[in-house]
Write a protein that binds this ligand. Structure first.
Ligand SMILES: NC(=O)c1ccc[n+]([C@@H]2O[C@H](COP(=O)([O-])OP(=O)(O)OC[C@H]3O[C@@H](n4cnc5c(N)ncnc54)[C@H](OP(=O)(O)O)[C@@H]3O)[C@@H](O)[C@H]2O)c1
Length: 244
């Protein structure tokens, strides 16, 4: 028996990067997967095809996290979700004094408000069906200082605080909510950051290598599975010892 057979999973931001591999991981374990995307429809369809090649049912879903009303409508049209993975996020690297207000607003709107919008939209279905699991993809930047990433760090710190509080609020509905805090990975935004910043951060990695996206996906899948049935409100750091 695969761990997610007969479970419906939505992964936001699964058109590329870490979200794509998280979606594929759920597909490989039998889930029906909804592949969230904002702009990259073709890449999302490619992920859907990847899920299908693993024998899973899959479909893409357009979701702009900055539009809470549209998020509510789109998620309400889905069948009740068993698992919601809030993975989509953006980053705007800049020293705080130089960062335009509009960039701060966009980062908070996407990463924090967008996460809240998705959870709020998924909850009625989870409550109706007797429970569910939410996994929020945060970052070590939400736990430790990350110069040049103030708005991103604030958004991820907010996601971690949200995770703790909602764990207490939602436990009585049979809903668990946990976060993962990745360090530096071999896919996604870390690979697109300024190479000087990335090289400096690579020096902090005790294992001498970034994480592999499968190494994050396996932790997300564990937290979403029944094996983690007594874990809620936690943030699991997945950084190869970078912040140990
Ligand atoms: N990569 C790392 O090393 C690393 C480290 C720490 C934490 N993280 C966290 O891991 C998660 C995934 O990061 P990643 O590196 O894989 O990112 P990525 O490659 O930049 O991909 C971001 C994804 O989010 C989606 N997205 C962006 N803005 C959106 C919006 N307004 N509405 C809906 N979807 C939106 C994108 O969709 P479209 O492409 O379709 O627009 C894309 O699928 C994020 O939460 C990030 O903060 C990553």
């Amino acid at each position: 028996m695969k761990r997610f057979e007969e479970r419906r999973v939505l992964v936001t931001g699964a058109s590329r990067g870490l979200g794509r591999d998280i979606a594929l991981r759920f597909a490989s374990e039998g889930a029906s997967v909804f592949v969230g995307y904002r702009n990259r429809r073709d890449e999302a369809e490619d992920c859907v095809a990847g899920c299908a090649s693993l024998g899973a049912e899959a479909a893409s879903i357009e979701l702009d996290l900055e539009d809470a009303a549209a998020v509510r409508t789109s998620i309400a049209e889905l069948p009740d979700l068993d698992v919601l993975v809030n993975n989509a996020a953006i980053i705007r690297d800049q020293f705080f004094l130089l960062q335009p207000d509009a960039d701060d607003a966009e980062v908070i709107a996407t990463n924090l408000n967008g996460t809240m919008a998705c959870i709020r939209a998924a909850l009625p279905g989870m409550i109706r069906s007797g429970g569910g699991v939410v996994i929020n993809v945060a970052s070590v930047a939400g736990l430790y200082a990350s110069p040049g990433q103030a708005s991103y760090a604030a958004s991820k710190g907010g996601v971690i605080a949200l995770t703790r509080t909602l764990a207490r609020e939602l436990a009585r509905h049979g809903i668990r909510i946990n976060a993962v805090a990745p360090g530096i990975f071999d896919a996604g935004m870390a690979q697109r950051m300024d190479h000087r910043v990335r090289d400096a951060r690579m020096q902090l990695l005790p294992m001498g290598r970034p994480g592999r996206s499968e190494e994050l996906a396996s932790v997300v899948a564990f937290l979403a599975s029944d094996e983690a049935s007594y874990i809620t409100g936690e943030t699991v750091v997945v950084d190869g010892g970078m912040t140990a």
